[in-house]
Design a protein around this ligand. Structure first.
Ligand code: FES
Ligand SMILES: [Fe+2]
Length: 363
């Protein structure tokens, strides 16, 4: 029997190398917003303590600046985009994508524009998301670091649903939750699999891949298959491979051929995490789909966007409740270590440690 101490200490100082206090490795691309969240006005985001403003320049390209006006240090994101440049709300100074001041409304004839330079971040749009690289730019180039790809996002045979996770917890709690398939008890009818058994585990310095053998009702090969999602009594289980990967800093999971979920992490602070959970349903089993006009297929894809919203939001709500309790309990008693029976989570914690260490030796 495992002895469990439930005594609560009043200390809030975490132990050294405690995974719950470790930082992120900034030498990766992070999904900080959806493309549709950055339109004609600036958008404020925070990535591991860095306040950043996103905006579109005159060409419609996404740009990212530190969210701090160099004049009086107010938030640039409270201003507006004028002629493709960031205009501060306070005195109306304008800044271009390189972070240089280009305009001061009250500049006298004998004055020069102030030679300020705001910090910029490499940023790109890909697969429906805005990806930002907060790390070492030399390493970005020499190592050719790329964001996670989501080919299903634009593929006409995949229906996407997005749920936003806002959780008051360290990101390690969230990734452990996502890698641990043994918490189906919590999700009940929302979960598409049952009886998982960990069969394979591989871990490197970049990722952890786990195969669970499971049972699933989820197979979208007939029109009426979709009804199983809504009516549990229609569900028939069959063996299915459930694969989950911590492809640092993100999570990817597949259940058989027709079901994929990704989680794009944007850790905000040691106690706050934002993430995008994306579910894809595949229509690949309908072999004649490609004979339909592309415009019609796109219409179907767009019309069905969000089809799994209830399921996804339900999963998130249930998980967030658990994660915030874990974080609160950790804050009360940071030295407590609960027994862990899923060896995948040991590998996940090891990867977090390696990546955090990598970030401190990289620059
Ligand atoms: S504080 Fe931004 S222009 Fe003055
Ligand atoms: Fe869950």
């Amino acid at each position: 029997m495992v002895a469990i101490s439930t005594s609560v200490t009043t200390s809030s100082t975490p132990t050294p190398k405690d995974v719950r206090s470790l930082g992120i490795n900034p030498n990766h691309w992070y999904a900080v917003a959806r493309s549709t969240e950055v339109v004609d006005q600036p958008r404020a985001v925070v990535l591991w303590g860095d306040a950043i403003v996103l905006f579109r320049d005159a060409a419609g390209e996404i740009q990212a600046l530190e969210d701090r006006c160099p004049h009086r240090q107010v938030k640039l994101s409270q201003g507006e985009v004028t002629e493709g440049q960031m205009e501060c709300i306070y005195h109306g100074w304008r800044f271009d994508a390189a972070g240089h001041c280009t305009h001061v409304p009250y500049l006298a004839e004998n004055q020069k524009l102030p030679s300020c330079k705001i910090k910029t971040y490499p940023v790109q749009e890909r697969d429906g998301f805005v990806w930002l690289f907060p790390g070492d730019r030399d390493r970005l180039a020499t190592d050719n670091i790329q964001p996670l790809t989501l080919p299903e996002w634009d593929h006409l045979n995949y229906i996407a649903t997005v749920s936003v996770i806002e959780v008051a917890a360290h990101y390690s709690f969230l990734i452990e939750n996502l890698m641990d398939m043994y918490h189906g008890r919590l999700h009940d009818d929302y979960q598409a699999w049952a009886e998982p058994v960990l069969a394979e585990l591989t871990a490197t310095s970049e990722r952890v891949d786990v195969l669970y053998n499971a049972q699933s009702y989820y197979r979208i090969d007939k029109i009426w298959s979709v009804s199983q999602l809504f009516f549990p009594s229609l569900r028939r289980l069959h063996p299915e491979e459930l694969r989950v990967s911590y492809a640092y800093p993100n999570w990817v999971s597949t259940l058989g051929q027709d079901f994929k979920i990704c989680c794009l992490f944007c850790p905000i602070s040691p106690t706050q995490t934002r993430a995008y959970l994306i579910h894809f349903t595949s229509l690949q089993a309908f072999h004649r789909l490609h004979k339909l006009p592309v415009a019609f297929r796109r219409w179907i894809k767009n019309s069905l966007f969000g089809a799994a919203q209830k399921m996804l939001d339900g999963l998130v709500e249930q998980d967030v409740l658990m994660l915030e309790q874990e974080q609160a309990a950790y804050r009360q008693n940071p030295d407590y270590k609960g027994p862990e029976l899923n060896r995948a989570l040991i590998s996940v914690q090891e990867l977090i440690r390696q990546q955090a260490a990598d970030s401190t030796t990289a620059t």
